[in-house]
Design a protein around this ligand. Structure first.
Ligand SMILES: Nc1ncnc2c1ncn2[C@@H]1O[C@H](COP(=O)(O)OP(=O)(O)OP(=O)(O)O)[C@@H](O)[C@H]1O
Length: 263
């Protein structure tokens, strides 16, 4: 999947959200997009997925320009897990399967990959539990528990490309770290684009693109980017020092669910 000098401006916007961006995502790779708010991460993911078309430059999958591929065919190959996932007042099973043919084995695999199996295990009715308190016998889940169900929905889809767009904002640091570990292990040859602000979690991505004001500031592995001493190293340093200097009220890392390796 390649973006070649791609520029994109939202309708009515006075400056491009992306300018001359080039990026490559190999089949089966986990690639992270990082950068500050508004730097263009989500826009680049949408362009790579063919959900938006660039104003100039090209996006290619296996050498084919995405403008030549029918939108429906593309959408079938993409699974997006975003922070604003939908909480359907349906059963756990329906929330994960979401209208696709039911395959119990794939369902169990998707739930395990997303860490939703533990949430489901705690519900008396398991996969049959109704996720809406307004109904008799219905259940409510926490934000982090819902996010695991939404991640399982993303794994269940038989997609070539899975985009995780800050799927972890409601997860504590330990849970986020565990989810990214599972994403890596369960990608099963699928290509994964990961968008997150927590840099401790993207260290294991095959490649990291750092965006800054709609441009690629740098790219490489975690180790390469740290060695470069550029924007990524600055942002990483900043987050690591925030972990190292917790507020005085809670000096104990165990209180904060911070993975030891982030310290
Ligand atoms: N639908 C839209 N219409 C107009 N401008 C938009 C739209 N979506 C995003 N933008 C603008 O495009 C730029 C890039 O936004 P984008 O959402 O890609 O950034 P991001 O790096 O994903 O940000 P965040 O970390 O805040 O999620 C920003 O300046 C944003 O204001």
């Amino acid at each position: 999947m390649t973006a070649d000098r791609v520029t994109f401006t939202y309708p009515g916007a006075d400056r491009p959200a992306l300018s001359e961006v080039s990026a490559t995502v190999g089949r089966g790779e986990v690639v992270a997009l990082v950068g500050e708010n508004g730097s263009g991460k989500t826009t680049l993911a949408k362009l790579l997925a063919g959900l938006y078309h660039p104003d100039s430059g090209t996006i290619r999958w296996d050498g084919t320009d995405l403008t030549a591929i029918h939108g429906d065919a593309l959408r079938r190959r993409i699974s997006v897990i975003a922070q604003d996932h939908t909480r359907w007042p349906l059963t756990v099973r329906e929330n994960i399967v979401m209208g696709r043919p039911l395959d119990e084995e794939r369902l169990a695999h998707a739930a395990a990959a997303a860490g939703a199996d533990r949430v489901i295990g705690e519900l008396d009715q398991g996969y049959d539990a109704l996720l809406d308190r307004r109904f008799r016998g219905g259940h409510d889940l926490s934000g982090g528990q819902w996010q695991r169900i939404a991640a399982a929905r993303g794994f269940y889809r038989d997609a070539t490309l899975v985009i995780f767009d800050e799927p972890t904002s409601a997860l504590d640091a330990r849970a986020e770290h565990a989810l990214f570990e599972r994403i890596r292990r369960h990608a099963d040859g699928r290509t994964v684009i990961l968008i997150t602000h927590r840099l401790a979690s993207v260290r294991f991505a095959d490649r990291i693109y750092v965006l800054d004001h709609g441009r690629v500031a740098e790219h490489g592995t975690h180790a390469e980017l740290l060695r470069n001493g550029g924007l990524y190293a600055d942002l990483y340093e900043l987050q690591a020092s925030a972990y190292q200097n917790p507020p005085r009220s809670s000096q104990n890392p165990a209180d904060q669910n911070i993975p030891q390796e982030a310290l």
